[in-house]
Write a protein that binds this ligand. Structure first.
Ligand code: TXA
Ligand code: MG
Length: 312
Protein backbone atom coordinates (compact mmCIF):
# COMPACT_ATOMS: atom_id res chain seq x y z
CA UNK A 1 0.00 0.00 0.00
CA UNK A 2 1.35 3.47 -0.89
CA UNK A 3 1.92 5.77 2.08
CA UNK A 4 -0.67 8.44 1.27
CA UNK A 5 -0.56 11.76 3.12
CA UNK A 6 -2.98 14.68 3.09
CA UNK A 7 -2.08 18.33 2.57
CA UNK A 8 -1.60 19.10 6.29
CA UNK A 9 0.61 16.02 6.80
CA UNK A 10 2.65 16.90 3.70
CA UNK A 11 3.27 20.41 5.06
CA UNK A 12 4.36 19.06 8.45
CA UNK A 13 6.71 16.51 6.88
CA UNK A 14 8.28 19.06 4.52
CA UNK A 15 8.73 21.66 7.27
CA UNK A 16 10.57 19.05 9.34
CA UNK A 17 13.01 18.23 6.55
CA UNK A 18 11.18 15.21 5.14
CA UNK A 19 10.49 14.36 1.51
CA UNK A 20 7.03 13.96 -0.05
CA UNK A 21 6.04 13.02 -3.60
CA UNK A 22 3.75 15.76 -4.89
CA UNK A 23 1.43 16.02 -7.89
CA UNK A 24 2.11 18.59 -10.59
CA UNK A 25 0.39 19.08 -13.94
CA UNK A 26 3.45 17.61 -15.72
CA UNK A 27 4.68 14.64 -13.65
CA UNK A 28 4.90 13.82 -9.93
CA UNK A 29 7.86 15.45 -8.15
CA UNK A 30 9.89 14.24 -5.17
CA UNK A 31 9.74 17.38 -3.03
CA UNK A 32 11.95 18.74 -0.26
CA UNK A 33 12.41 22.18 1.33
CA UNK A 34 14.76 23.88 -1.15
CA UNK A 35 16.56 25.67 1.72
CA UNK A 36 17.26 22.52 3.74
CA UNK A 37 20.45 20.77 2.59
CA UNK A 38 19.83 17.61 4.61
CA UNK A 39 16.41 17.27 2.98
CA UNK A 40 17.94 17.87 -0.48
CA UNK A 41 20.48 15.10 0.15
CA UNK A 42 17.59 12.70 0.81
CA UNK A 43 16.09 13.56 -2.60
CA UNK A 44 19.37 12.74 -4.35
CA UNK A 45 19.76 9.53 -2.40
CA UNK A 46 16.19 8.24 -2.96
CA UNK A 47 16.47 9.02 -6.69
CA UNK A 48 20.03 7.64 -6.89
CA UNK A 49 20.78 10.77 -8.84
CA UNK A 50 24.31 12.16 -9.35
CA UNK A 51 24.82 15.10 -6.99
CA UNK A 52 25.87 17.48 -9.78
CA UNK A 53 22.48 17.37 -11.53
CA UNK A 54 20.49 20.46 -10.54
CA UNK A 55 16.90 20.43 -9.22
CA UNK A 56 13.94 22.63 -10.15
CA UNK A 57 12.71 24.92 -7.33
CA UNK A 58 8.91 25.17 -7.26
CA UNK A 59 7.54 28.49 -5.98
CA UNK A 60 4.02 29.77 -5.22
CA UNK A 61 4.13 32.75 -7.60
CA UNK A 62 6.44 35.05 -9.55
CA UNK A 63 6.90 37.38 -6.57
CA UNK A 64 9.13 34.65 -5.06
CA UNK A 65 11.60 34.72 -7.97
CA UNK A 66 13.66 37.41 -6.23
CA UNK A 67 14.22 35.06 -3.24
CA UNK A 68 16.26 32.81 -5.54
CA UNK A 69 17.40 34.69 -8.64
CA UNK A 70 19.96 37.52 -8.64
CA UNK A 71 18.08 39.17 -11.52
CA UNK A 72 14.64 38.87 -13.10
CA UNK A 73 15.20 40.40 -16.55
CA UNK A 74 12.18 41.89 -18.41
CA UNK A 75 12.22 39.04 -20.94
CA UNK A 76 12.02 36.47 -18.13
CA UNK A 77 9.18 38.44 -16.50
CA UNK A 78 7.29 38.44 -19.79
CA UNK A 79 7.66 34.65 -20.16
CA UNK A 80 6.73 34.07 -16.52
CA UNK A 81 3.53 36.09 -16.84
CA UNK A 82 2.60 34.25 -20.05
CA UNK A 83 3.28 30.70 -18.83
CA UNK A 84 2.99 30.62 -14.99
CA UNK A 85 1.40 28.82 -13.33
CA UNK A 86 2.15 26.09 -15.83
CA UNK A 87 4.55 23.55 -17.39
CA UNK A 88 7.37 26.05 -17.84
CA UNK A 89 10.71 26.37 -16.01
CA UNK A 90 12.98 29.43 -16.06
CA UNK A 91 16.73 29.14 -15.47
CA UNK A 92 18.16 32.40 -14.10
CA UNK A 93 21.38 33.56 -12.41
CA UNK A 94 21.17 32.34 -8.81
CA UNK A 95 21.53 34.44 -5.69
CA UNK A 96 24.65 33.56 -3.75
CA UNK A 97 22.81 32.02 -0.80
CA UNK A 98 21.12 29.36 -3.00
CA UNK A 99 22.54 26.00 -1.98
CA UNK A 100 25.03 24.49 -4.47
CA UNK A 101 23.15 21.22 -3.90
CA UNK A 102 19.95 22.60 -5.43
CA UNK A 103 21.98 24.24 -8.22
CA UNK A 104 24.11 21.16 -8.92
CA UNK A 105 27.07 23.58 -8.59
CA UNK A 106 25.81 25.69 -11.50
CA UNK A 107 25.77 29.50 -11.16
CA UNK A 108 22.08 29.34 -12.11
CA UNK A 109 18.83 28.19 -10.50
CA UNK A 110 15.75 26.66 -12.17
CA UNK A 111 12.35 28.02 -11.05
CA UNK A 112 8.77 26.95 -11.81
CA UNK A 113 5.26 27.86 -10.61
CA UNK A 114 3.25 24.66 -11.15
CA UNK A 115 -0.49 24.87 -11.90
CA UNK A 116 -1.70 21.75 -10.08
CA UNK A 117 -4.19 23.15 -7.51
CA UNK A 118 -3.09 20.83 -4.66
CA UNK A 119 0.58 21.69 -5.03
CA UNK A 120 -0.13 25.41 -5.46
CA UNK A 121 -2.05 25.24 -2.18
CA UNK A 122 0.86 23.34 -0.58
CA UNK A 123 3.30 26.04 -1.69
CA UNK A 124 1.04 28.87 -0.57
CA UNK A 125 0.07 27.39 2.82
CA UNK A 126 3.53 26.13 3.77
CA UNK A 127 5.38 29.26 2.62
CA UNK A 128 8.11 26.88 1.43
CA UNK A 129 9.89 26.70 -1.90
CA UNK A 130 10.14 23.04 -2.93
CA UNK A 131 12.96 21.47 -4.86
CA UNK A 132 11.30 18.65 -6.78
CA UNK A 133 12.83 16.49 -9.49
CA UNK A 134 10.56 13.93 -11.10
CA UNK A 135 9.70 11.23 -8.51
CA UNK A 136 11.47 8.32 -10.21
CA UNK A 137 14.89 6.70 -9.99
CA UNK A 138 17.58 8.29 -12.16
CA UNK A 139 17.13 7.50 -15.92
CA UNK A 140 13.76 5.75 -15.41
CA UNK A 141 10.27 6.70 -16.55
CA UNK A 142 8.68 9.69 -14.87
CA UNK A 143 5.55 9.02 -12.79
CA UNK A 144 2.17 10.49 -13.76
CA UNK A 145 0.12 8.80 -11.02
CA UNK A 146 0.61 8.17 -7.28
CA UNK A 147 0.83 4.43 -8.07
CA UNK A 148 3.72 4.98 -10.47
CA UNK A 149 5.62 6.79 -7.69
CA UNK A 150 5.17 3.89 -5.27
CA UNK A 151 6.04 1.28 -7.87
CA UNK A 152 9.25 3.13 -8.75
CA UNK A 153 10.45 4.43 -5.36
CA UNK A 154 8.89 2.01 -2.87
CA UNK A 155 6.25 2.26 -0.18
CA UNK A 156 8.38 4.23 2.28
CA UNK A 157 8.06 7.42 0.23
CA UNK A 158 4.99 9.41 1.30
CA UNK A 159 2.74 10.48 -1.59
CA UNK A 160 0.26 13.35 -1.80
CA UNK A 161 -2.20 11.96 -4.36
CA UNK A 162 -3.49 14.59 -6.79
CA UNK A 163 -4.80 12.23 -9.46
CA UNK A 164 -3.31 11.63 -12.91
CA UNK A 165 -1.13 14.43 -14.33
CA UNK A 166 -2.89 16.35 -17.12
CA UNK A 167 0.11 17.50 -19.20
CA UNK A 168 1.97 14.22 -18.78
CA UNK A 169 5.54 15.11 -19.74
CA UNK A 170 8.10 17.32 -17.97
CA UNK A 171 8.08 21.11 -18.24
CA UNK A 172 9.70 23.10 -21.03
CA UNK A 173 12.97 24.59 -19.68
CA UNK A 174 14.25 27.96 -20.88
CA UNK A 175 17.28 29.87 -19.67
CA UNK A 176 17.26 33.67 -19.90
CA UNK A 177 20.52 35.58 -20.09
CA UNK A 178 19.99 39.35 -20.29
CA UNK A 179 17.81 39.90 -23.36
CA UNK A 180 18.17 36.42 -24.87
CA UNK A 181 16.73 33.00 -24.27
CA UNK A 182 17.78 29.43 -24.89
CA UNK A 183 15.69 26.25 -24.97
CA UNK A 184 17.21 23.67 -22.58
CA UNK A 185 14.46 21.01 -22.61
CA UNK A 186 11.50 20.53 -24.94
CA UNK A 187 8.04 20.34 -23.40
CA UNK A 188 4.40 20.86 -24.35
CA UNK A 189 4.88 24.65 -24.41
CA UNK A 190 6.54 24.74 -27.80
CA UNK A 191 9.52 26.74 -29.05
CA UNK A 192 7.20 28.59 -31.47
CA UNK A 193 4.83 29.64 -28.67
CA UNK A 194 7.74 30.95 -26.58
CA UNK A 195 9.19 32.73 -29.61
CA UNK A 196 5.89 34.57 -30.15
CA UNK A 197 5.84 35.82 -26.54
CA UNK A 198 9.58 36.61 -26.47
CA UNK A 199 9.38 38.45 -29.80
CA UNK A 200 12.65 36.81 -30.89
CA UNK A 201 13.99 33.35 -31.69
CA UNK A 202 15.97 31.24 -29.22
CA UNK A 203 19.76 31.41 -29.17
CA UNK A 204 21.23 28.30 -30.73
CA UNK A 205 22.59 25.77 -28.24
CA UNK A 206 26.11 26.00 -29.67
CA UNK A 207 28.03 26.23 -26.40
CA UNK A 208 28.11 23.10 -24.23
CA UNK A 209 25.03 22.85 -22.04
CA UNK A 210 25.44 22.62 -18.30
CA UNK A 211 25.56 18.99 -17.23
CA UNK A 212 21.92 18.23 -16.63
CA UNK A 213 20.02 14.94 -16.34
CA UNK A 214 17.39 15.67 -18.98
CA UNK A 215 20.22 15.95 -21.51
CA UNK A 216 21.54 12.44 -20.86
CA UNK A 217 20.92 10.40 -23.94
CA UNK A 218 19.31 7.58 -22.03
CA UNK A 219 16.69 9.01 -19.71
CA UNK A 220 12.95 8.52 -19.28
CA UNK A 221 13.44 4.83 -20.06
CA UNK A 222 11.26 1.78 -19.47
CA UNK A 223 13.14 -1.12 -17.85
CA UNK A 224 12.39 -3.27 -20.90
CA UNK A 225 14.69 -2.74 -23.91
CA UNK A 226 12.96 -0.32 -26.27
CA UNK A 227 13.20 0.37 -30.02
CA UNK A 228 11.80 3.29 -32.02
CA UNK A 229 10.72 2.86 -35.67
CA UNK A 230 10.57 5.51 -38.40
CA UNK A 231 7.41 4.03 -39.85
CA UNK A 232 4.67 1.55 -39.03
CA UNK A 233 5.61 -0.62 -42.03
CA UNK A 234 9.16 -1.09 -40.78
CA UNK A 235 7.84 -1.83 -37.29
CA UNK A 236 5.40 -4.46 -38.58
CA UNK A 237 8.13 -6.13 -40.66
CA UNK A 238 10.32 -6.27 -37.55
CA UNK A 239 7.57 -7.98 -35.51
CA UNK A 240 7.58 -10.88 -38.01
CA UNK A 241 11.04 -11.82 -36.72
CA UNK A 242 10.19 -11.34 -33.03
CA UNK A 243 8.15 -13.04 -30.37
CA UNK A 244 7.31 -11.64 -26.99
CA UNK A 245 7.20 -7.91 -27.72
CA UNK A 246 4.62 -5.17 -27.08
CA UNK A 247 3.87 -2.42 -29.58
CA UNK A 248 2.95 1.27 -29.24
CA UNK A 249 1.20 3.00 -32.17
CA UNK A 250 0.02 6.57 -32.66
CA UNK A 251 -3.57 6.53 -33.89
CA UNK A 252 -5.65 3.46 -34.61
CA UNK A 253 -4.42 0.09 -35.78
CA UNK A 254 -3.18 -3.29 -34.62
CA UNK A 255 -0.14 -5.44 -35.27
CA UNK A 256 -0.70 -9.17 -35.84
CA UNK A 257 0.45 -11.40 -32.97
CA UNK A 258 1.70 -8.66 -30.64
CA UNK A 259 -0.14 -6.88 -27.81
CA UNK A 260 -0.74 -3.37 -29.08
CA UNK A 261 -1.20 -0.04 -27.27
CA UNK A 262 -2.56 3.01 -29.09
CA UNK A 263 -2.05 6.68 -28.25
CA UNK A 264 -4.39 9.38 -29.62
CA UNK A 265 -3.55 11.35 -32.77
CA UNK A 266 -3.72 14.58 -30.79
CA UNK A 267 -0.30 15.49 -29.28
CA UNK A 268 -1.71 16.94 -26.03
CA UNK A 269 -3.83 13.85 -25.41
CA UNK A 270 -0.93 11.58 -26.38
CA UNK A 271 1.45 13.38 -23.96
CA UNK A 272 -1.08 13.04 -21.13
CA UNK A 273 -1.15 9.26 -21.58
CA UNK A 274 2.43 8.63 -22.77
CA UNK A 275 4.19 7.65 -19.52
CA UNK A 276 1.20 5.73 -18.13
CA UNK A 277 1.12 3.69 -21.34
CA UNK A 278 4.89 3.05 -21.18
CA UNK A 279 4.53 2.01 -17.51
CA UNK A 280 1.77 -0.44 -18.55
CA UNK A 281 3.89 -1.84 -21.39
CA UNK A 282 6.85 -2.21 -19.03
CA UNK A 283 4.68 -4.18 -16.58
CA UNK A 284 3.89 -6.79 -19.28
CA UNK A 285 7.37 -8.27 -18.82
CA UNK A 286 7.90 -8.82 -22.54
CA UNK A 287 11.40 -8.90 -24.04
CA UNK A 288 11.14 -5.79 -26.19
CA UNK A 289 8.98 -2.66 -26.56
CA UNK A 290 8.50 -1.48 -30.16
CA UNK A 291 7.39 2.11 -30.67
CA UNK A 292 6.17 3.83 -33.82
CA UNK A 293 7.64 7.36 -34.16
CA UNK A 294 5.01 10.12 -34.04
CA UNK A 295 4.88 12.71 -36.87
CA UNK A 296 7.95 15.00 -37.05
CA UNK A 297 5.91 18.21 -36.86
CA UNK A 298 6.61 20.89 -34.17
CA UNK A 299 3.69 19.94 -31.90
CA UNK A 300 5.05 16.36 -31.57
CA UNK A 301 8.70 17.28 -30.95
CA UNK A 302 8.63 17.02 -27.14
CA UNK A 303 7.06 13.54 -27.33
CA UNK A 304 9.57 12.46 -29.98
CA UNK A 305 12.39 13.78 -27.76
CA UNK A 306 11.24 11.62 -24.81
CA UNK A 307 10.82 8.55 -27.04
CA UNK A 308 14.33 8.97 -28.51
CA UNK A 309 15.70 9.04 -24.94
CA UNK A 310 13.64 5.97 -23.95
CA UNK A 311 15.45 3.82 -26.52
CA UNK A 312 18.07 1.39 -25.15
O1 TXA B 1 7.91 19.16 -15.11
C1 TXA B 1 8.94 19.18 -14.47
O2 TXA B 1 9.88 19.98 -14.73
C2 TXA B 1 9.10 18.18 -13.32
C3 TXA B 1 8.06 18.53 -12.25
C4 TXA B 1 8.18 17.67 -11.02
O3 TXA B 1 8.14 19.90 -11.94
N1 TXA B 1 10.42 18.17 -12.80
C5 TXA B 1 11.47 17.65 -13.47
O4 TXA B 1 12.65 17.64 -12.73
O5 TXA B 1 11.39 17.21 -14.59
P1 TXA B 1 13.95 16.79 -13.13
O6 TXA B 1 14.86 16.89 -11.97
O7 TXA B 1 13.56 15.44 -13.53
O8 TXA B 1 14.57 17.61 -14.27
C6 TXA B 1 15.16 18.83 -13.92
C7 TXA B 1 15.78 19.45 -15.11
C8 TXA B 1 17.13 18.87 -15.42
O9 TXA B 1 17.02 17.99 -16.50
C9 TXA B 1 17.94 20.06 -15.86
O10 TXA B 1 17.96 20.03 -17.28
C10 TXA B 1 17.14 21.27 -15.48
O11 TXA B 1 16.01 20.82 -14.81
N2 TXA B 1 17.83 22.20 -14.57
C11 TXA B 1 17.66 22.34 -13.25
N3 TXA B 1 18.44 23.31 -12.77
C12 TXA B 1 19.15 23.81 -13.80
C13 TXA B 1 20.15 24.80 -13.94
N4 TXA B 1 20.56 25.52 -12.91
N5 TXA B 1 20.64 25.01 -15.16
C14 TXA B 1 20.22 24.30 -16.22
N6 TXA B 1 19.27 23.33 -16.15
C15 TXA B 1 18.75 23.09 -14.96
MG1 MG C 1 13.43 13.54 -14.34
Amino acid sequence: MPMQVDLAQAITLLKHGGVVAIPTETVYGLAADASNEAALHQVYSIKQRPIDNPLIVHIADASKVSDWAAEFPPLAQKLASAFWPGPFTLVLQAKEHVSPIVRGNQPTVALRVPSHPTTLKLLQESGLALAAPSANKFTQLSPTTAEHVTTGLGEAVPVLDGGACRVGIESTIVSVENEDWRLLRLGMISEGTIERIAGKPALKNDKPLPKVPGQHLQHYSPRTPTKLFESRDILIKFTLTQKNCAVLLFGEGVVPNSPCFNLPNDPNEAAERLYDTLHQMDAMKVELLLIEAPPKTPEWLAILDRLCRAVH
